[in-house]
Design a protein around this ligand. Structure first.
Ligand code: ZN
Length: 598
């Protein structure tokens, strides 16, 4: 049927599967999506391959575990996936690019300020619109997104197939209540005393200044209300989606010529386990997401109970349209529906995999095994290998001994088989030579196992006593020396394109610790921020084979919090920060509303 089938791709940002009624939420949140699932195929155990928008998008759109950032760069000189000297992979194929090559008109309507036409992904669209919204709200409401998408659909070039991508943000913070009150209120609970209209807690703001996702102080009713707000946003989005689908069905009532795909880039924790948002906890709330495929001959009433992953979406879409991958390109995922619209004979998998810069993980029915990068501070603080047994909604961390050690060994071997070669290939080819200075944050450094560093991630509950350590101290975002130790330098290794660099420590000066009052404030001012204010020269160093090693002198860390190393290739100068214009200011307010910047 290729040639006359169009595609409607619905992206529900930050949507976790178990809040849809089709996935068992007792609140009737998603009658439209439930109906769509009945008309096609629903993948009950579907998982995102990473925890956030930025890592997830390349996975969704290329069907690959490993890829550079493809959205609007967020911190272009500060994140290994966004450095300006990152280069694309010629063996990767983007869904909109493949479809455009097949004669599709490729259109997008987006509420996400990162998903824009100037991005690596955006340039594969003939037109990609960012729907306007009040900056303080962060993103456009589903009503405006659906309305715009409807207009774009109706105005499409009817002489050829169209790929219309629609990105909803309503399940992302901030979450204002569409009707002023939750649709599924918690009886006897006065939410206005506990939460702002934007959905953020009013209580203990100082705790949230350390980590926005910290919900360890939520009570049971707080959690239920928090989830009810989320459900209200989901129900609102579902109702708007109904209007968009009605426009599609007005011309194509049985969706014979329209393939509809509903997917999500990641979920959202709702206070269970003491967290909100979508951190890299890799909990099911963040990773378990909906996937629905309907129309274009997909047989009704199908459900897949085995595991599937976001990297399967692109190959499935192409298979259903009968489109082959361009020569020389490949995907890691596999088509889960055949060209006949039925679940593939080998549909589903025994496990799903998560991959990002700082972790890789495998989730099976009974276990979640996470690997932190060997030598990283995360591995030092939390362990290089973390194994959980999954017990329904709960997960229990297991000590790596006895039977659990055997389980961990086998799961690590599976992780290796699936990801090791792919990761190595990605790391080898991802950069060209650097021409501008860039920061490598402490979270991406590796230190040798014998190096002595005390690990004290500083937070709202940290006391004076915990900081009474001598020598090198990892404080959660960076390193410091609060009390002199034996004076040995800190040897660190990091990834960088080969070449010679001037190396500087990017630091925040630390005031002397107050003797009496103001300890909490001093902690926050010293350790909660990741942005440097001063750069301390450490000399030149050469990266060889993609690795650069530096010994940071203890003196450089005394009275300072080192949050990163800045590497400058010869002859480059750090660009003076341009005077921010009104557009930058608007973007800043928007990103602040989304919780991405302080
Ligand atoms: Zn997202």
């Amino acid at each position: 049927m290729p040639g006359d089938v169009s595609v409607l791709f619905v992206m529900l940002d930050a949507t976790r599967a178990d809040r849809l009624s089709a996935w068992g939420n007792p609140h009737p949140t998603t009658p439209t999506l439930d109906g769509l699932a009945r008309a096609g195929a629903l993948f009950r155990r579907h998982f995102a391959n990473s925890h956030a928008t930025r890592p997830s998008f390349p996975q969704l759109m290329t069907g690959r575990y490993y890829f550079q950032n493809v959205l609007r760069a967020f911190t272009p000189n500060e994140h290994p996936r966004e450095f300006p000297f990152s280069q694309g992979d010629p063996t990767a194929a983007f869904v909109p690019a493949v479809l455009r090559g097949q004669g599709f008109e490729t259109l997008g309507v987006s509420a996400h300020p990162w998903f824009v036409s100037a991005s690596d992904l955006g340039r594969h669209f003939d037109r990609l619109e960012l729907v306007a919204a009040e900056a303080t709200r962060g993103y456009a409401d589903a009503r405006d997104v659906a309305e715009r998408a409807r207009a774009v659909w109706l105005a499409r070039d009817a002489s050829r197939p169209v790929f219309l991508y629609v990105h909803f943000m309503d399940m992302h913070m901030p979450r204002y209540l569409p009707d002023g009150e939750p649709r599924f209120p918690v009886a006897g609970y006065d939410w206005r005393r506990r939460f702002k209209p934007s959905g953020e807690p009013l209580f203990h703001p100082e705790r949230r200044r350390w980590l926005r996702a910290d919900a360890r102080d939520f009570g049971e009713l707080d959690r239920r209300h928090f989830a009810a707000v989320y459900d209200s946003r989901l129900a609102h989005t579902d109702a708007q989606l109904a209007r968009l689908l009605a426009a599609v069905r007005a011309e194509d009532p049985d969706l014979r010529r329209t393939l509809v795909i509903v997917a999500s880039d990641h979920g959202e924790e709702l206070g269970e386990d003491g967290r909100t948002d979508h951190t890299d906890s890799l909990a099911d709330g963040v990773q378990h997401v909906p996937w629905i495929v309907a129309g274009a001959g997909v047989a009704a009433g199908q459900a897949c109970d085995r595991f599937t992953e976001n990297i399967d979406i692109a190959p499935t879409l192409l298979e259903l349209l009968g489109i082959l991958l361009p020569e020389g390109t490949r995907m890691d995922g596999r088509a889960q529906l055949g060209r006949d619209g039925r679940l593939a004979s080998r549909a589903g998998k025994p496990a799903v995999y998560y991959a990002w810069e700082s972790y890789r993980a495998i989730r099976t029915r009974r276990y979640l095994l996470r690997e932190n990068v060997a030598g990283s501070f995360a591995a030092r603080s939390d362990g290089e290998v973390v194994l959980y047994r999954l017990d329904g909604a709960a997960r229990v961390r297991l000590a790596l001994e006895g039977r659990a050690a055997g389980v961990a060994g086998r799961l690590r071997a599976r992780l290796d088989r699936r990801l090791a070669r792919r990761r190595a290939r990605f790391l080898r080819a991802r950069y060209e030579a650097a021409r501008t200075p860039f920061l490598v944050r402490a979270e991406f450094w590796r230190v040798a196992p014998e190096t002595r560093v005390s690990s004290v991630p500083v937070g709202p509950a940290t006391g004076r006593r915990a900081l009474r350590v001598r020598g090198w101290l990892w404080a959660g975002h960076g390193v410091t020396v609060l009390r002199p130790g034996d004076g040995t330098p800190l040897p660190v290794t990091l990834s960088a394109p080969d070449g010679v660099y001037e190396v500087e420590a990017a630091v925040r000066p630390i005031q002397p610790m107050p003797r009496l009052l103001g300890f909490g404030r001093w902690c926050r001012e010293s350790f909660s921020s990741e942005s440097a204010t001063v750069y301390v020269a450490l000399g030149a160093a050469r990266a060889v084979g993609g690795e650069l090693s530096v010994a940071i002198p203890a003196a450089a860390a005394t009275g300072r919090h080192i949050v990163a190393l800045r590497l400058s290739p010869p002859g480059s100068v750090a660009e003076a920060a341009a005077e921010p214009g009104p557009e930058d200011e608007e973007l800043r307010v928007r990103l602040q509303a989304l919780g991405y910047v302080e």
